[in-house]
Design a protein around this ligand. Structure first.
Ligand SMILES: Cc1cc2nc3c(=O)[nH]c(=O)nc-3n(C[C@H](O)[C@H](O)[C@H](O)COP(=O)(O)OP(=O)(O)OC[C@H]3O[C@@H](n4cnc5c(N)ncnc54)[C@H](O)[C@@H]3O)c2cc1C
Length: 409
């Protein structure tokens, strides 16, 4: 005997939660179930480094509480993993032998952190609450921490660990945040990180971990580091296994059309597990950011309700603060494929701006370092394909040095 729901959402995080909210906002009568392996109301993964570093309490991560789901009359199947689903028979198999049938299904199953070929009990990825709890314990009494990976896990984690700790960052690329900012912006960030005591080991990898009182980390450069723990931030792998086994079309992620629908008309996908069109390039991509997951969750829900709402495509949209430095990237962030780049840098204030334009002078991307108050404005310019309103916007004050490159003639 299986329970039937009009809508079933697998994944109770950015995409799934927004889908639930949207379904209920537009439809008070349908039955909805939301399923997650994790046994807690939705929380912010983005803020877990603050919690691990002791800067916010566990409750500070919560986005909603149990009462939220009751209020929306949603059935919660938390602490339960979906092990398979059948697109034609419209049923899901849960790990405890329970089956659930659905009319429309949303895959909001996110991604898993990649690990290293080498391992240790004192090395840990950061994706789920269990990882965060393990890192809280590993950091207790630690005097040094090493993180590997140049992105949004390693740097915030190092940033929020105690200032007294010795901190190392090992990265494979030649600059930090290599998937978010270009080399010029990264150089400005790195100078400030190093001034705050972070030791950056570029074009490197960890080839061996030797256990001892401290971990000895053998780097591919031949150098070695000693550290009390290792945080692994080497990117993520989308959770596509269920979709592959069910016969859906999958590339890196579950392929979705402009209605967030998969290759099966009753199955939708959103967030870090879904591969859809990028707003600026038009290429299929997985943005891997919270905002995209929310937008796609909302769009998928509208289309599960049969509203026929096209999604305009996802935009890179990252705003973070590391070691007291604010960094934001909206849309395009590399010289490649931009027709014109306008940048400004004020060494006195640490405020850096770079705006990328296409051949029609429309803003396709912006990078901000030092202060990100105007990121909403740039988001608006990029998402409405607006032309650049002028240098006043970029400058703000009179004493900026400015460079202007015309890349395409
Ligand atoms: C430390 C950290 C820092 C980050 N910083 C930023 C940032 O600064 N800015 C930004 O935009 N993004 C950031 N991100 C990325 C952001 O958190 C993700 O893009 C976002 O969480 C994606 O949401 P999602 O709903 O697609 O998937 P997820 O958040 O991955 O959630 C998927 C859910 O599905 C559940 N699930 C998966 N498979 C199953 C199954 N078979 N059965 C049941 N349940 C299942 C999982 O348990 C999980 O709860 C960060 C991520 C981390 C980990």
């Amino acid at each position: 005997m299986s329970d039937h729901y009009d809508f079933v959402i697998i994944g109770n995080s950015a995409a799934g939660l927004q889908a639930l909210r949207t379904l209920r906002r537009h439809d008070q009568n349908s039955s909805i179930a939301i399923i997650d392996r994790e046994d807690c109301p939705a929380y912010s993964r983005v803020l877990t480094p603050y919690y691990i570093g002791g800067n916010i309490p566990r409750e500070g991560l919560d986005i909603v509480d149990h009462a939220f789901y009751t209020k929306l009359s949603a059935t919660t199947l938390f602490g339960q993993a979906v092990v398979s689903f059948d697109p034609e028979k419209h049923y899901l198999q849960l790990a405890d032998d329970k089956q659930v049938t659905y009319t429309k299904l949303l895959l909001a199953v996110g991604a898993e952190a990649r690990t290293l070929a080498v391992s240790s009990d004192r090395a840990c990825v950061l994706r789920h609450m269990a990882d965060a709890e393990k890192l809280v314990n590993l950091l207790k009494g630690a005097k040094s921490v090493t993180a590997i990976g140049a992105g949004l896990v390693s740097l915030p984690l190092l940033s929020h660990a105690s200032e007294q700790m010795e901190k190392h960052l090992v990265i494979g690329s030649d600059h930090v945040f290599s998937r978010v900012v270009d080399a010029e912006a990264a150089a400005i960030i790195e100078e400030q990180l190093e001034a705050k005591g972070l030791k950056i080991h570029k074009r490197n990898d960890i080839e061996e971990i030797i256990e001892g009182q401290q971990l000895q980390l053998k780097l591919s450069s031949g150098d070695s580091l000693t550290s009390d723990l290792l945080v692994i931030g080497k990117g993520v792998t989308p959770n596509t296994q269920l979709a592959v086994e069910a016969g859906l079309e999958v590339a890196e992620g579950v392929l979705i059309d402009s209605f967030c629908c998969s290759s099966h008309p009753d199955i939708f996908a959103a967030g870090d597990a879904a591969e859809g069109k990028d707003f600026t390039s038009g290429e299929m991509t997985i943005q891997g950011n919270w905002m995209t997951a929310v937008e796609q969750g909302e769009n998928a829900a509208l289309n599960m309700l049969g509203r026929g709402c096209p999604y305009q495509g996802s935009l890179k949209n990252n705003i973070t603060e590391i070691f007291g430095i604010e960094v934001a990237t909206i849309g395009h962030y590399q010289e490649k494929d931009a027709s014109e780049i306008i940048s400004s840098w004020n060494s006195a204030t640490g405020r850096y701006r770079k705006v990328f334009l296409d051949e029609q002078q429309r803003v396709i991307g912006a990078t901000m370092v030092g202060e990100t108050n105007d990121s909403g404005l740039y988001y608006q310019l990029v998402s409405t394909r607006s032309t650049f309103p002028g240098k006043e916007l970029l400058h703000g004050t009179a004493n900026f040095a400015r460079t202007q490159l015309r890349l395409a003639s």
